[in-house]
Design a protein around this ligand. Structure first.
Ligand SMILES: [Zn+2]
Ligand SMILES: [Zn+2]
Length: 203
């Protein structure tokens, strides 16, 4: 067991910690249009890499604790079938993505919520194991990325999900209270979502 990794929004109002282990987490960079649209909606495209990628650590929700400022958490969905995407109200820091059920067995913690850069982030979260959905990347698919979802990534992710389901990894979670979302996720209007797509640079 390694010591917990700190979590912190940009302004510091929201803080927490994350338990990291190689068997219970998976780090990837996602270039998909929805992850880019989420950052754009918050006015936080600064969190994306040069190709528009989001650096994400996937793990079970019960491995994450909020120690301060939990009341600042908010959630957004880009469409009726979209992920529940958490951020902080205080400084619009992207926090993490979950599937749209309170029993979501995973959260993809976004690196903007991890106050570590470069080698420090690699040491804390492990190396990025895949770059996916590169066909949505700015300027075309980066050479290091898979255009969609690499099939080789699926067994690892499936094991992560299975382990979480078997161990009840969806609770306790700072995002769920008595089986309900802490705050009801806001649903982005189709018009607002379409505007984001139109604004995205075309490869
Ligand atoms: Zn903040
Ligand atoms: Zn994505």
């Amino acid at each position: 067991m390694s010591s917990p990794v700190p979590l912190r929004c940009q302004c510091g109002a929201v803080q927490g910690e994350l338990d990291v282990s190689a068997s219970a987490g998976n780090r990837c960079v996602c270039y998909c249009d929805d992850c880019q649209a989420f950052a754009a909606t918050l006015g936080r495209e600064d969190i994306l890499d040069a190709w528009g990628g989001s650096d994400i650590y996937q793990t079970a929700p019960n491995r994450l604790r909020i120690t301060q400022g939990v009341e600042e958490l908010r959630a957004l969905r880009l469409g009726p079938k979209g992920l529940v995407r958490w951020y902080t109200a205080c400084c619009k820091t992207p926090v993490g993505n979950m599937v749209s059920t309170t029993r979501s067995p995973f959260i993809g913690v976004i690196s903007s919520f991890v106050p570590l850069d470069g080698p420090g982030r690699d040491a804390a979260l492990g190396p990025v194991r895949m770059h996916l959905m590169g066909r949505f990347a700015r300027g075309g698919c980066p050479p290091h990325a898979h255009p969609k979802m690499p099939l080789g990534a699926l067994p690892g992710f499936a094991m992560l999900l299975l382990r979480s389901v078997v161990t009840g990894g969806h609770i306790p979670s700072p995002f769920v209270i008595d089986g309900a979302w802490r705050v009801e996720p806001e649903l982005l209007s189709p018009e607002a979502r379409a505007k984001l797509s139109a604004a995205a640079p075309t490869p």
